[in-house]
Design a binder for this molecule. Structure first.
Ligand code: NI
Length: 268
């Protein structure tokens, strides 16, 4: 199989895993298609920890094997996160945004909880690209989930869901009709989906070359050792890019906007 076909296969596996967990993302995707739109994915976001076995570089390696290159990095001081984004020479392929929680900034409780579950992941699993959608490979309790969430919503999300796409993103630039983000937001809301309004429904400005919005992650039933509980799943994002002085569309991200978008998986 040519390299691109293998990459397409990986990307569709990631998409399947994402919408299996989040039927609402699939519903929104289908709503666009019912409008005669062809949905193009702007980027896929993945979450991890800066643990030596599964930091950004470990996950990025699977994409670099298909020609992805590191482009830019981002700091999120308050949320104690760091991120990088990767692009493929083929501009039709989605960008990959990978963030990691800075473990050294976490409490001893969170550090040891994470250290423990990482030990439960079979070593060989870490070296296969299927790791990107392997889900949770450790025993988890709702009690620990809540303790982690009290310190970092991000840590609790990864603890509960494991390794899988956090969100996909509709490229507004590729839409034919819903090209205005305000109208797009109204369209989404009119179909019963709620938007992340932290810092306003629309994040960023044309002057920053990127405006974004996202749904709030819908609750999903999650089995823990101490019972089944509803917790936030994943969200769907919408991004519109603007041309820079060169005439090319900006391909990076805006840290202050991404900072608020992370909150789309917060517990309400
Ligand atoms: Ni995003």
């Amino acid at each position: 199989m040519p390299e691109n076909a293998l990459l397409e296969k990986l990307l569709s596996k990631l998409w399947e895993d994402y919408y299996d967990l989040n039927p609402s993302a699939k519903k929104i995707h289908d709503l666009f298609e019912a409008q005669g739109e062809q949905v193009v994915n702007d980027h896929i976001a993945l979450r991890t920890f800066n643990h030596p076995r599964l930091g950004i570089e470990n996950l990025a390696g699977f994409f670099k094997a298909y020609g992805y290159q590191e482009k830019q990095d981002y700091h999120f001081k308050e949320k104690k996160l760091y991120a990088k984004h990767y692009e493929n020479n083929d501009e039709n392929l989605p960008k990959i945004f990978i963030s990691e929680l800075l473990l050294e900034k976490m409490s001893p409780f969170t550090q040891s909880a994470i250290e423990q579950f990482v030990l439960e992941i079979p070593r060989e699993a870490l070296h296969k690209e299927t790791f990107l959608f392997s889900g949770r490979q450790w025993k988890a309790s709702h009690q620990t989930y809540l303790k982690l969430a009290a310190e970092s919503e991000y840590a609790s999300w990864v603890y509960a869901h494991g390794f899988r796409p956090n969100h996909f993103t509709v490229s507004i630039n590729s839409l034919r009709k819903l090209t205005d983000i305000e109208k797009l937001n109204q369209f989404i809301q009119s179909h019963g989906f709620s938007l992340n309004t932290s810092g306003g429904a629309i994040k960023g400005t044309p002057a920053e070359f990127l405006v974004q919005s996202s749904t709030m992650a819908e609750p999903v039933e999650m089995k823990f050792q101490d019972g089944t509980f509803k917790i936030p799943g994943c969200y769907y994002e919408f991004a519109k890019r603007y041309p820079m002085a060169s005439g090319k569309l900006y391909q990076g991200f805006v840290a202050s906007s991404a900072d608020k978008i992370f909150e789309s998986t917060n517990r309400l």
